[in-house]
Design a protein around this ligand. Structure first.
Ligand SMILES: Nc1ncnc2c1ncn2[C@@H]1O[C@H](COP(=O)(O)OP(=O)(O)O)[C@@H](O)[C@H]1O
Ligand SMILES: [Mg+2]
Length: 270
């Protein structure tokens, strides 16, 4: 696939009286890992909805693989913002992952079913979930469930992966696992990644660029370019200090910042 996986030009999204963002210019290249940061309500999920073809822009242009986004496209994998699975969900991990495949592409009959099984097996292996693939999903830990969700998003072999806060409520080790597997995926398959996250630090080792949204304002660039005291103070319209400690970025002074810390003893945790 040549050309950008995602292309936003002069993109604006209004919802009721609010303009979530406008003048957004962003190309995401194949294999590129872009993190979308910003406080609650800044329009991160809305941006993914636009890329999924679920919501039109108010103005400007959006292209996914060179065409207007199409709902249900097999080329786009999606990890929705997390809800805990009902403990009584009558599905095994294997079934959950299979839901990410549309039934028709394998053809009917035994052969189609065998290929489908094989595809699900590969996706489970990719996220290292084979050990619990046959357990009821409701009995699994949050981290295990999240890996299955990522497998479900990857099983159709997408060239664009959209993930909405996939690290939420995972402990640090599990966060690292999810980040590493998404990173491996994009390196091995050139999958473009748009990764919404509340916490920058877990993705900092792998991220290429950051889109930071705050109340209609935004910055796009590498973490070094975006994560400066001057930039974030402008975005938050208050005095914000960005501090680098042991390879981590801490944001001090902004409510609800993705790497918000107001207690000094937090420095050095992890
Ligand atoms: N279905 C909706 N109808 C109208 N406005 C909405 C709807 N969903 C979200 N919004 C508005 O869009 C804003 C951004 O929402 P969202 O994209 O979910 O933010 P984020 O994911 O960054 O927390 C919200 O603050 C809300 O005002
Ligand atoms: Mg959201």
């Amino acid at each position: 696939m040549t050309g950008p996986a995602v292309s936003l030009t002069g993109a604006e999204l209004r919802r009721g009286p609010r303009t979530l963002w406008s003048g957004l210019e962003l190309d995401v290249a194949p294999g590129e890992f872009v993190a979308v940061l910003g406080p609650n309500g800044s329009g991160k999920t809305t941006l993914l909805q636009v890329l999924l073809g679920l919501l039109p822009l108010s103005s400007g242009q959006v292209r996914v693989h060179g065409a207007p986004p199409a709902r249900g496209s097999a080329a786009v994998g999606y990890v929705p913002q997390q809800r805990a699975l009902d403990p009584l969900t009558p599905l095994r991990g294997r079934d959950l992952v299979g839901l990410g495949l549309d039934g028709h592409r394998f053809g009917p009959g035994l052969r189609g079913r065998a290929r489908r099984r094989e595809q699900v097996h590969r996706a489970l292996a990719q996220v290292d979930a084979l050990d619990y693939a046959d357990a009821p999903v409701g009995s699994l830990s949050g981290g295990e469930q999240q890996r299955l969700r990522v497998a479900q998003a990857l099983v159709g072999d997408p060239s664009l992966l959209l993930a909405d806060e996939p690290l939420l409520s995972l402990d640090l080790a599990r966060q690292r696992e999810v980040v590493e597997l998404v990173d491996r995926r994009r390196r091995e398959h050139d999958t473009a990644v748009v990764f919404v996250t509340h916490e920058l630090n877990p993705v900092l080792p792998v991220v290429d660029r950051v889109l930071y949204l705050v109340d209609g304002r935004f910055r796009i660039g590498t973490p070094e370019e975006v994560m400066t005291s001057a930039n974030l103070s402008q975005l938050y319209r208050t005095d914000v200090e960005v501090v680098r400690v042991r390879g981590r970025i801490l944001v001090v002074g902004a409510e609800d910042a993705p790497v918000h810390h107001d207690v000094p003893e937090e420095v050095g945790v992890r």
